[in-house]
Design a protein around this ligand. Structure first.
Ligand code: FES
Length: 108
């Protein structure tokens, strides 16, 4: 991998995250889920807003992910909760690609 970007966390190479796949990295204590939806990259906290379960335990279904614990669904492009029992959106994070490497960070 190339030199890291200040304040950004390297996730993986772009060719290691194909459409329909997701990967997890950490920025401090924050687990970040990076999703490839039809070639577009989106990052959001890897934490369901219902009871904090890891969203990454589930596969990506198009642009949605369904929490395996109680079935809440989220749009990974926006973080929006799509059905009960979750109502609050999942925080979104920025994504950058430099020299073929995907980076994200907790910018809160
Ligand atoms: S913890 Fe995700 S739906 Fe309950």
């Amino acid at each position: 991998m190339s030199a890291p970007l200040d304040g950004w966390q390297a996730v993986c190479r772009t060719d290691e995250l194909l459409p329909g796949e997701h990967a997890v990295c950490f920025d401090g204590d924050t687990a970040i889920l990076v999703c490839n939806v039809d070639g577009e990259l989106y990052a959001l906290e890897d934490k369901c807003t219902h009871q904090d379960f890891e969203l990454s335990a589930a596969p990506l279904q198009g642009a949605e992910i369904e929490c395996v614990l109680h079935g809440a669904r989220f749009d990974v492009r926006t973080g929006q909760a799509l059905c009960a029992p979750a109502y609050a959106p999942v925080p979104k994070f920025p994504v950058r690609v430099e020299d073929g490497v995907i980076y994200t960070r907790d910018d809160r």
